[in-house]
Design a protein around this ligand. Structure first.
Ligand code: FMN
Length: 451
């Protein structure tokens, strides 16, 4: 029997998330991102198809990178306007019962004491369905929005993240012992003070006395996701994350990445399978390969090369707008871009241009074909060490509906997708073990640390 894939829907409360320009397609509801009904309908749909989770991205700024300004981002709605991911997740708790609700939250945006309490509250309300995508915000503007002069240096951001994790772990895992809650009405003793502890955290950035003010929630610590790919980012993931969002170009790339990271995981004292690798993929489905390709071509009519280049410029921190889209990549002499060009070097059958780079960047993780071809391809990703997918949409909810109606039944038939939810919290559903973090996770060292 095949092992099932974990299947998340990847979205963002924005007009334009990944496939910039596609918001103009009359088939998408992307411009209704601010409406509750749209999210409720999507969440219910995902739940009835037994998706593991809705995974919400988020960003906190718009930088003047592309063509030296923020205009393209604003004009083409490249992740602006963008609404708060945790608020969307909170709104969906009441209309779902099994679906995981994973949202992105940056160490910039919330004080860890407040964040820990909000997450505990949400984990209670959802009966343990919360996941947190930990990000450090690669954006000058984001930093400036939170009172800093500009972005904090790369490795320092990860040191900051380490302290942030320490604070929230102390609150979630250490502050309340399992024995703390008595609920003894007869003796008027709701809780036992000897089992509730101040954490007295004193670090470089935070001073937090505690105790945690919320009851320990079903998962205590939410399911931890992360998406960095630098050395520091991978080291962070291997210590903390239970899910990592990867965007490899092909299964061969995924094989190298997953085996390297599993080794790193062992070195961090964790089990090689304590971290689930979630590959970002999108799909265009047809009853024949030709039909699927035709559909893909029709979708791509809406692609905005300018919007894509603006997004890539932001991710790379270099302005690809200073060149013409028709310029051959071989003429590009910008620090930091050579690596990306090499990465894509085998993707082109002619001398590629800047515009080709944009398309490759956007489309290299798209699988176009019949449901059977897509299932075959997913089996290849799985054989390369990938545990699941974060499904990216071209149109919403259209891409999700097509996947649910056509691809999912084939995956289910092959044992590659679940037909029913298993019981318990998001962590139990993902790992088949306890609702709380395993013993060898670093957060667990804070259990009883203050007792
Ligand atoms: C697939 C993927 C999704 C990401 N989603 C977000 C996001 O929603 N919000 C955000 O601020 N950063 C996001 N990031 C950025 C990462 O969290 C990370 O900050 C970035 O990759 C830089 O880290 P690194 O230097 O370790 O690679 C994402 C990165 C990847 C690869």
């Amino acid at each position: 029997m095949a092992k099932r894939l974990i299947i998340n829907a990847f979205s963002m409360a924005a007009v334009s998330h990944i496939y910039h320009g596609f918001w103009r397609n009359p088939a998408t509801q992307a411009t209704r991102f601010y409406e509750l009904d749209v999210w409720v309908e999507l969440a219910k749909r995902l739940e009835s198809a037994h998706f593991d989770a809705l995974f919400l991205a988020d960003v906190l700024g718009v930088d003047a990178i592309y063509k030296g300004s923020a205009d393209t981002y604003i004009e083409q709605a490249v992740q602006i306007p963008i609404h708060d991911a945790s608020t969307i997740a909170t709104a969906l708790v009441a209309v779902t019962h099994q679906l995981g609700l994973v949202f992105t939250s940056s160490i910039l945006q919330d004080h860890p004491f407040n964040f820990a309490r909000r997450v505990s509250t949400l984990d209670h309300l959802s009966k343990g369905r919360v996941g947190w995508n930990i990000v450090t915000s690669v954006s000058d503007n984001a930093s400036q929005n939170f009172g800093l002069p500009g972005i904090t240096a790369h490795d320092e951001r990860y040191r900051w993240a380490e302290e942030y994790m320490e604070v929230v772990y102390k609150l979630w895992e250490g502050s309340w012992d399992d024995e703390a809650l008595l609920n003894d009405a007869r003796n008027n003793r709701y809780a036992d003070p000897t089992h509730i502890h101040r954490i007295q955290h004193q670090g470089d950035r935070y001073r937090v006395a505690g105790p945690h003010l919320a009851l320990p929630s079903p998962q205590r610590t939410p399911v931890l996701y992360q998406a960095g790919s630098s050395r520091a980012g991978r080291a962070f993931a291997s210590r903390h994350a239970e899910g990592t969002f990867i965007v490899c170009r092909n299964p061969e790339g995924a094989r190298v990445l997953t085996s390297n990271m599993r080794e790193q995981l062992r070195q961090s004292g964790r089990d090689a399978h304590d971290l689930k690798f979630m590959q970002g993929l999108s799909f265009v489905v047809g009853s024949t390969e030709e039909e699927a390709k035709r559909k893909a071509r029709a979708l791509d009519e809406y692609l905005s090369v300018d919007g894509l280049l603006a997004h890539i410029s932001r991710d790379l921190g270099v302005d690809l707008g200073v060149m013409s889209p028709d310029q051959p990549l071989s003429e590009v002499k910008i620090d930091g871009v050579q690596g990306i060009i090499e990465y894509f070097s085998d993707a082109f059958d002619r001398t590629p241009t800047i515009a080709d780079l944009a398309s490759a960047y956007a489309l290299n993780t798209r699988i176009v074909g019949t449901p059977e071809q897509i299932a075959d391809e997913l089996a290849r990703w799985q054989a390369a060490g990938v545990d699941g997918i974060n499904l990216m949409y071209e149109t919403t909810p259209g891409s999700f509906i097509e996947f649910i109606d056509h691809v999912l039944p084939v995956l289910q038939q092959r044992g590659l997708a679940q037909r029913e939810y298993s019981d318990g919290t998001l962590r139990e559903k993902m790992f088949g073990i306890a609702p709380t973090l395993p013993e060898h996770h670093p957060a667990r060292k804070w259990r009883h640390a203050f007792y």
